[in-house]
Design a protein around this ligand. Sequence first.
Ligand code: AMP
Length: 214
Amino acid sequence: MNLVFLGPPGSGKGTQALRVAKELNLIHISTGDLLREAVKNQTELGQQAEEFMKSGNLVPDELIVKLIEEKISNGDKGNGIILDGFPRTIPQAESLKKMFEQNQEHLDSAVLLEVSDDEVVKRLLGRWYCPKCNAGYNYPSNRPQQEGLCDNDGQELLRRPDDEEAVVKNRLDVYKKQTQPIEEFYRQESILREIKGEQQPDTVFQDILAAVKD
Ligand code: AMP
């Protein structure tokens, strides 16, 4: 089974994609995580991507498509893959379609997590993470037991630089202009599965499982 997870920043797609990947034994591929790792290690890709990411803009299609091509052709595919944060533009969606066709495979579902603009801004401004174990926290709905420290390892929590208010607004604009048209692309292919992303996380998870097994 091959899935794509779509949704605005802060819609919970990263968290849900990880959970669904574990449940269905799929390989989870997050372009945001891969890019942050590349920036941290200052690889050539990381250096090229850094400025785009800091401002909340998209990294150019050719860089991202190359990254995904490498991942898909070299990596272990298990029972299938979940792409989290890719595609984010129509040209990326078209490239992905070609990649699958070349491997005699196809995309089964595009899972869209729907969350309102107000909720996105609220979630991103309250989002913190542990740099050691990557656990995520949210103020005020999911606070750590001790203010500012990770429950798992006591590490001081951080915020992503692109979760600052001005950048959040730009990321939302970029989503609407460049990524939202993909919803129609997958609706036309009859594989768009729309999920209400503002429900309890467990309900969202169950809804996704039901939708992709349909
Ligand atoms: P994310 O963690 O998915 O919110 O991604 C963080 C940032 O990485 C985005 O704001 C973009 O700058 C960049 N990025 C991640 N995935 C893509 C993609 N498919 N196309 C272009 N840029 C991307």
